[in-house]
Ligand binder design. Structure first.
Ligand SMILES: [Zn+2]
Length: 176
């Protein structure tokens, strides 16, 4: 599954609508403001109905994602969760963060509704392959070296290198 942060596709809205949790004296968890960075699957043909909540601490940015929590919207589905995603690395704080996030998801139905809305927004945007968001997505995935469709890869020609006169010992490219 290839997924992308919501905020990467919709920066302004993403920043405004990213949930944060401020903790003080919560178990072994460092006091901090924790942001739940949403990532969604960008396969237009996939109806996985889930979000990945990647937790970052504002004072712990250098630690990267402290927990990757998978949450499925279908409460009867096997991906219901929330659970710590086994495909991602988790920090020593992950279990406590899962507990916190589970509480939020249980008690804040408006937030869950917003997550579903964001999911739908991403799926609608990627369903239109020529739309602005799809193009942005292709750029983003190209930049991070992730899988591009094969057609996009093979069509791209290598940029011809300029001939530099002074370098005689340069290996010549084989020509057909
Ligand atoms: Zn999916």
């Amino acid at each position: 599954m290839s997924s992308i942060p919501f905020v990467a596709l919709f920066p302004k809205q993403g920043e405004a609508e990213t949930r944060t949790m401020t903790t003080i004296g919560y178990g072994q968890l460092p006091d901090d403001e924790y942001a739940l960075v949403e990532a969604y699957c960008t396969d237009p043909s996939c109806d996985c109905q889930r979000v990945m909540l990647n937790v970052v601490g504002k004072q712990q940015m250098k630690e990267g994602y402290l927990a990757a929590i998978s949450f499925g919207f279908n409460r009867d589905g096997e991906m219901a969760g929330p659970f710590l995603d086994p495909m991602n690395s988790q920090s020593k704080h992950a279990e406590m963060l899962l507990e916190l996030v589970s509480n939020v998801l249980e008690n804040d139905s408006a937030y869950v509704t917003r997550l579903k809305r964001h999911y739908q927004q991403v799926k609608t945007a990627v369903a239109n392959p020529t739309g602005a968001i799809s193009q942005k997505l292709a750029r983003l995935q190209g930049k991070s070296g992730r899988t591009l469709p094969k057609s996009a890869k093979t069509k791209r020609k290598p940029r011809p290198k300029p001939n530099r006169p002074g370098k005689k010992n340069r290996k010549k490219r084989k020509r057909r």
